[in-house]
Design a protein around this ligand. Structure first.
Ligand code: ADP
Ligand code: MG
Length: 367
């Protein structure tokens, strides 16, 4: 459906300050035409700021944006013609579904016949044929969001920008709409930039994702790269490495680090050029097993065991009270004393730097 193909949308040193506060700092990024890129990070990290800079709704305080060899950050938003989808749908309440979808087309001065055809196509794409003459107030949240998406794609924009479009929907509908947005993206050959604070959403939908922290890009990679090889403790915390153990470096070489603290000792993979001092060991709950592995043997006492079907999700503590989260198929119960093991390559050791903060926000986002 897009009629304006391009090879690359490039952000060069894009920055946005509010007074002394850097909402977005020096973002450099190249997005390929037809790529689906997610901007991921906790609330306040600068995702909407970045999206609004690309849309042209917010002037940059430094840097530039280019569509192939055309500089566009100086171009008015309506001239960029990017499709936008917001969390709150932003539909006109007094207009029918069809009128809402056709609104931007009328601004573009399309002929009546062309506009009608495009509206028909867009209505069909999001499967709202039955509801096309209703007003937004007569639709469910999911249907309203479909209207907003149809309105954005009816313009056949070179780029579609979505800012947390699913966060007002219930969990089941969110899962359905994820697939639907991804399907539209593929079928229409769109280029999509999708903002979310939900790591699962980003991982499942995007070709590549940008992890932001306090306005700074931490990592840009495929879901596999970001999930398996987080660039630092912050990204790890955001990607489900719920255990972030701050410990002292006992020994380190290029490959491995031995870390020790009161009541525990772990050997892990050196992912942050760690040499001495303090470091963070990032471990996923699902990577622990009961019993020693690879020289890793953490004595813990089970505190809480939550039932999750085939598995238990367990909170345990070391002798000095450090919390350890793990998952197991063994029937453990509060008060049980166990030794936990984890393969060395599943313990990612990074330098210290805000890892705990990310784990906190990832948990908050998941709850
Ligand atoms: P996100 O979308 O990731 O939640 P935003 O991009 O909305 O984050 O905001 C990034 C930072 O910029 C936040 O610290 C926010 O408080 C600040 N900010 C956003 N808009 C304004 C504004 N109009 N004036 C001052 N600060 C702002
Ligand atoms: Mg936002």
């Amino acid at each position: 459906m897009t009629d304006q193909s391009f090879h690359e949308l490039r952000l060069e040193g894009v920055s946005r300050r509010y007074g002394a506060h850097h909402a977005l700092a020096d973002l450099t990024l190249s997005i390929k035409g037809t790529e689906f890129v997610a901007l991921l990070g906790p609330s306040g990290c600068g995702k909407s700021t970045a999206l609004n800079c690309v849309a042209g709704l917010l002037p940059l305080t430094a840097g530039s944006i280019h569509l192939d060899d055309r500089r566009i950050d100086t171009v008015l938003p309506e001239k960029r013609g990017f499709g936008m989808v917001f969390q709150n749908y932003a539909l006109f309440p007094h207009m029918s579904v069809r009128k809402n979808i056709g609104f931007g087309l009328r601004m573009r001065k399309l002929s009546k016949a062309d506009a009608t055809r495009r509206i028909d196509e867009a209505v069909a794409l999001v499967q709202l044929e039955e509801h096309q003459h209703k007003r937004p107030g007569q639709l469910s949240g999911g249907q309203q969001q479909r209207v907003a998406i149809a309105r954005a794609v009816a313009l056949q924009p070179p780029v579609v920008l979505m800012d947390e479009p699913l966060s007002n929907l219930d969990a089941k509908l969110r899962l359905e709409m994820r697939m639907e947005i991804r399907r539209l993206h593929q079928d229409l050959g769109l280029t999509t930039i999708y903002v979310t604070h939900d790591q699962e959403e980003a991982l499942s939908m995007a070709d590549r994702l940008v992890v932001l922290r306090e306005g700074e890009m931490q990592q840009f990679g495929t879901p596999e790269e970001v999930y398996d090889q987080p660039a630092n403790g912050y990204v790890a915390g955001f990607m489900g490495y719920r255990n972030l153990l701050h410990l002292d470096v006992e020994r380190a070489d290029a490959e491995h680090v031995v870390l020790a603290g009161p009541g525990l000792r772990v050997v892990g993979a050196n992912r942050g050029e760690v040499t001495a001092g303090r470091a963070v060991a990032a471990i996923r709950p699902e990577d622990f097993v009961v019993g020693e592995v690879d020289g890793n043997a953490l004595p813990v006492t089970v505190q809480i065991a939550e039932y999750h079907g085939r598995e238990l999700s367990v909170e345990a503590t070391t002798s000095t009270g450090t919390k350890i989260y793990f998952r197991t198929q063994e029937r453990v119960a509060p008060g049980d004393e166990l030794t936990l093991g984890v393969p060395r390559h599943r313990v990612l050791v990074f330098g210290t730097g805000g890892a705990d903060e990310a784990a906190g926000t990832a948990e908050a986002a998941a709850s």
